[in-house]
Write a protein that binds this ligand. Structure first.
Ligand code: CTP
Ligand code: MG
Length: 181
């Protein structure tokens, strides 16, 4: 059931796909690292990771999960398979995990001498997936293993970079983002 696997992957990851995009729109203000540098003289995270972007991004991901829960009965009547419903702790873990993955990537970018906005191929596309899945596995273990079966995880790993590249290219074309990655 390829359709079911792909549909489950996209549905279950939606709350993790939204936060980074909303952070781009809502970001600004105080950087999380408060301007501090690491012992290598470079910024800990950089000006691209702000409290406001992180808070709005996380909140948006949770709201999306709750909206999908509302939509669930409607979609369920149409599809032959059962899509997941998000318990609140899973929604928060997916959304905050996505932001945390992006923040971790910035930390790694700065440690490897990459300036703000520099690309880090592979990391840029999957950072938020890895951390969203890890955090959800820890916080909502039962729900995680019920939802993210091996084929679903495989679909997420294949589809996410494609969706990510696509949405970032659109955000760049619209002038919302400074770089297309
Ligand atoms: N943003 C934010 N807070 C976050 C993530 C993103 O405020 N936690 C906002 C910032 O305005 C940032 C923009 O979204 O500049 C784009 O995000 P991203 O590409 O992740 O950051 P970069 O500025 O490219 O910085 P980095 O090199 O650290 O990824
Ligand atoms: Mg960037």
């Amino acid at each position: 059931m390829v359709v079911e696997t792909v549909a489950t992957a996209v549905w279950a990851m939606f709350p993790a796909y939204i936060p980074n995009n909303v952070a781009v729109l809502a970001g600004g203000g105080r950087p999380i690292d408060a301007g501090k540098t690491w012992n290598d003289g470079k910024r800990v995270l950089g000006d691209g990771k702000t409290w406001r972007g992180t808070a709005f991004g996380t909140a948006a991901g949770v709201v999306v999960a709750l909206l999908l829960n509302q939509l669930h009965p409607v979609v369920d009547g149409v599809t032959a398979f059962d899509l997941p419903v998000f318990p609140l702790h899973a929604a928060v873990a997916l959304a905050f995990g996505a932001m945390l993955g992006d923040i971790t990537a910035s930390f790694l970018k700065r440690r490897t001498g990459r300036e703000r906005g520099a690309s880090f191929p592979g990391v840029d596309q999957l950072d938020f997936v890895v951390m969203a899945l890890l955090l959800t596995a820890v916080v909502a273990t039962g729900w995680f293993f019920e939802t993210f079966t091996l084929p679903v995880v495989a679909a997420v790993v294949v589809l996410t970079p494609l969706l990510h590249v696509g949405t970032n290219a659109i955000a760049y074309a619209l002038g919302l983002k400074d770089e297309p990655w």
